[in-house]
Design a protein around this ligand. Sequence first.
Ligand code: KG4
Ligand code: ZN
Length: 358
Amino acid sequence: MPISQVNRILALETSCDDSSAAVVTLTGQCATVEACLSQNQDSKHNPFGGIVPEIACRNHTLQLLPLVEKVMALSGNTWADINAIAVTNRPGLIGSLLVGIVTAKTLAWTKKLPLVGVNHIEGHIFAPFLTDPQYSPSFSFDEPFLSLVVSGGHTHLFEVSRPGAYCLLGKTRDDAAGEAFDKVAKLLGLGFPGGRTIDALSQFGDPSRFSFPRALIHEASLDFSFSGLKTSAHRAISDIGREALGSEINNVCASFQEAVVDVLIDRLDKAVRRTGRRRVVITGGVSANSHLRAEALAWAKSVSVQLNIPPNRYCTDNAAMIGLAGLLRFREGQADGLELGPSARALPTDYQLAALGL
Ligand code: KG4
Ligand code: ZN
């Protein structure tokens, strides 16, 4: 089969601490997730307050092949039904990436299937376009859109004119949004990763109780910065003191969360005004945040913008999004050979930089 006609793919994701395998099909503009299974390692890393790269890659070696076998069975396919293999090969932890890449190359070689390496962020960009029986996107990737990728490792704002053409409008100058959630959660003794817990506790807190900074909100730049907010939250937590923290923790969470969300919506609003794009996606682990989702929906309605936010299962790291990004690469006639290797960083050719005259 010519690679441009590849339409059912097995995808693997191991760039950080989640192992995931998925089978995805692409028919026209419709990307269907036939099966996607993921296994996190939170309990293994939690005692260390962050991801330990060595532990992450060891667990991928234990978790990945059983996930591949299960996802093949769950999707109801045999190897004869699979046209190609996609794997995350950048950016990420080298040891973790290697486990996925070696597994993908072995499968591609033994099953005689074409292989493509995918940029993890490109995967996140396409997660809001996946379809399954419970979720359908409100618009497809065939028209230009803006993409806000907010995860534990990245906070990037792109203008996507077509699959493969990503113009970076702004990115974080220091911490990623999810990293800020995780660091503040750690200061509050909420474990790792802490974004979901801060989200849950914020439901019971007063977001106006603490006044935290909204960095760069009065500037033209579409960049982000969360280190000042993190320092400010640190100071507030120290001032409250250990004794009183119990009665203030929900308020700290709600005030911090609102500051992050205000900044994210501000940048989206500025990007829409500057580029004139009317379609937006929000993606990455932090897009699971309930306050961000509610505020983004309200904002999109108020400015008449079409918005896709994937369900939580496609917000955090998963192989289905890598499958769709890989299918789109094959559609463009691109593939990799068995020399494919990992890269801790994105390639210089992965994104163009915006020339917005800022
Ligand atoms: O995309 P992801 O699974 O992995 C990376 O590529 O980084 O994102 C993980 C990040 C973590 O920082 C986690 O705390 C954050 O997403 N996260 C959340 C929520 N759920 C996950 N942050 C805020 N609210 C949530 N509900
Ligand atoms: Zn991610």
